[in-house]
Design a protein around this ligand. Structure first.
Ligand SMILES: [Zn+2]
Length: 129
């Protein structure tokens, strides 16, 4: 997880918040819809007035898979890729950490943990609540 992760104008505020280990989602200022990942348009109403709001970092496992064969060299297996549904509604594609890969179940409560990146940003991963 030490490769360069690209940032653009839409995703920059989200990444900057991770420097302070704050998990955020986009919020539409027109309809109140919350979404992740960051986009130029609201997926609820098509509006373009969007800001970022902090979320609790709590959620539940929506779905997951255990990866046993690395898609490229340098990744240690097995690891768990998951969809986590945040308490606030949006879903993140993330990793589950801190437990044996065979120990996870759907609907399990989780909370955010952080993996540091070399440039000071962090990647949100999730651990058992
Ligand atoms: Zn909207």
């Amino acid at each position: 997880m030490n490769e360069e992760i690209p940032v653009d104008g839409v995703t920059r505020p989200w990444w900057e918040a991770t420097r302070e280990r704050r998990l955020t989602v986009q919020r539409c200022l027109e309809c109140g819809h919350r979404q992740h990942y960051p986009r130029a348009l609201c997926t609820g109403c098509g509006g373009t007035a969007l800001d970022f709001t902090d979320v609790s970092g709590r959620g539940t496992v929506d779905s997951f898979t255990v990866v046993h064969r690395a898609p490229r060299p340098g990744l240690e297996t097995p690891y768990v890729v998951a969809r986590v549904r945040l308490a606030e509604g949006p879903i993140l594609l993330t990793r589950l950490v801190g437990a044996d890969p065979s120990a996870w179940t759907c609907d399990e409560p989780v909370r955010v943990a952080w993996r540091p990146l070399p440039d000071g940003r962090h990647l949100p991963v999730f651990a058992k609540e």
